[in-house]
Structure formats: C-alpha cells, structure tokens
Design a protein around this ligand. Structure first.
Ligand code: AMP
Ligand code: MN
Ligand code: MN
Ligand code: MN
Length: 271
C-alpha cells in the first residue's frame, strides 16, 4: 500500500492548494494520505470527497518546544471538530502571530523593512511561518533563495521555547482529539544519539505513540537506526514525504524509502 502521512498545502507553507494536493497524491498512486499543515487544519474545510481508492485521514503538524529547541509532532486520525483541537489551533495561531512580530522586529534591526507585511502577503490566508519570511527576503533580493534566507536570517535565535507549548501539552491535545501523536522527522533536529533517545523517551512518556522512521527518501541505515529507536521505546512506525512543493526530489509525494518489514504500522492503531 502506497502511503504518505506527512504533507503540506497552502493552508500552511505548501505551494499546492488542498484539492490540487489530493489530486496529485491520487495521480502518484497514494492510497492513504494525511494532510499535516503546520498548526492548521483549514485544508480539510475546502476539500471535495477524495477520489475512489484514496483514503484521507485528518492530520496536523504541531510545533512544540523541547529543551529550548523546536520539535514537530504530527497528529494523525484526528477528530477535526473536537474542542481539544479548537483550543490547540487558537493557541498556536496566537503563538505564530506573536512570533511573526518578533521575527519582523529582529529583521528590522538588521536593516530589512516591511517584513511583517511582506511575509503576510506570501502567507495569504495561512498563518505566517518562517518560509513566508524567506519568500519575502528572496523577493526583495536580500537573499538568493530560501535556503540562504534561513541560513542568514531565520535559522538561529528564534527562541522556540518562548513561542511554542511544551511536549505534554501538544501530545495531550492530539490525544484528546482522538488522534495518534507521531514524533516527526527525528533525524532533522541535529540531536546526538543520546539526546534523540531522551527526546523519544520524553515523547513516549507524554503519550506519543509513533515515530516517523521514514521521512521522504533516506538511506537504509537511517531507517534501520530509527526503527530500532522506535522499537526500544515501544512506538509504532510512520512514514511521510514532508511534501511542500513540486520539484523537490527528496520530498516528492509518496516517494518514500521503504518501511522496515517488521514493526507495527501507525495506521494499525486506528484501523
Ligand atoms: P515554522 O513552522 O514557521 O517554524 O517554519 C518551519 C518550516 O520552514 C519547515 O517546516 C520547513 O518547511 C521550512 N524550513 C526549515 N528549515 C529550512 C531551510 N533551511 N531552508 C528552507 N526551508 C526551511
Ligand atoms: Mn514546512
Ligand atoms: Mn516539520
Ligand atoms: Mn512538515
């Protein structure tokens, strides 16, 4: 079964509108799809019924702070109209908007004017994220591309602990909404093995149930390492591309390194 349980749309920092994403996923042969926009579920509000053969599960990617760093938790199979999720969305939207102001102030001090309005324009109806600031920095010629904008202006000193709620709060919201919490792209936090093991333990203790052992295309040894981490902590296995836009070969829809042959699949937790 071809799956993709981590994708973005224009409801956060993705480039495809929700309906276009579902269409592209169907064309790619995906049978089980989750749209997991950053701190938002608006994509689901505008979607027609999925085409035959494609099952869509309610999803989100929530931002949290762990030990002063930003960490992402994917929530899957959520009840999209629950009170818990409504509270999560309101809190995260407020946090994003306050953070956007802080980022704009910092950019202003570094000689970049108009960043808040510029980022808001790129975000359109979505809440502002760092990629929208990156798009503005590229637009005004301050940086050659988003990668450079992150390196120079957006990667460091974002004080995630001041912006995002702690891990137990985030995982609690997902569980209260009837969902399964998945620790997203564990290889992308730049943590040592020991620190990643601690994070995974804290995630499990907070009620987390799965680990995203496959994030797009990755080397087999990476999958093996993460699968053994999942097994040590009694977590199920999840996989997703983290698709944001066409043309990124390492994060294309449904193009995933294979899951290990053994180990409980995350969708078995709700099927
Ligand atoms: P935010 O949710 O506002 O903190 O923005 C995080 C998003 O920025 C991630 O989900 C990626 O889509 C994007 N991102 C993070 N690091 C980079 C980078 N180095 N270059 C380009 N995009 C990045
Ligand atoms: Mn993103
Ligand atoms: Mn993420
Ligand atoms: Mn993502």
């Amino acid at each position: 079964m071809l799956i993709d349980l981590h994708t973005h749309t224009t409801a956060s920092d993705g480039l495809l509108a929700p309906a276009a994403l579902v269409q592209a996923a169907h064309a790619a042969g995906i049978e089980l799809l989750a749209i997991t926009d950053h701190d938002a579920i608006d994509a689901y509000a505008t979607l027609p019924a999925p085409p035959p053969g494609l099952t869509l599960v309610g999803g989100i990617e929530l931002s949290t702070a762990y030990n002063g760093s930003g960490v992402h938790v994917v929530g899957l199979n959520l009840a999209l109209h629950s009170d818990a999720l409504a509270q999560a969305l309101a809190t995260q939207r407020e946090a994003r908007s306050a953070r956007a102001e802080r980022i704009a102030e910092r950019l202003h001090k570094r000689g970049i004017a108009g960043a808040l309005a510029g980022a808001a324009r790129h975000a359109d109806t979505a809440a502002i994220g760092r990629p929208h600031f990156a798009a503005y920095l590229v637009e005004i010629g301050a940086c050659v591309d988003a990668e450079a904008a992150f390196r120079k202006y957006l990667a460091r000193d974002l004080a995630p602990a001041a912006a995002w709620p702690p891990l137990p709060t985030i995982v609690g919201w997902i569980r209260d909404a009837g969902g399964v919490a998945v620790l997203a792209h564990p290889g992308k936090y730049g943590l040592t093995r020991k620190r990643l093991d601690e994070l995974t333990g804290a995630f499990r203790a907070a009620g987390g149930e799965a680990l995203e052992v496959v994030s797009g295309l990755q080397r087999p040894d990476v999958t093996r390492d993460l699968a053994s981490l999942a097994e040590r902590h009694g977590l199920a296995l999840s996989a997703g591309s983290d698709f944001h836009q066409p043309g990124q070969a390492w994060a294309a829809l449904g193009r995933l390194a294979p899951l290990p042959v053994t180990g409980r699949r995350v969708w078995e937790l709700w099927q």
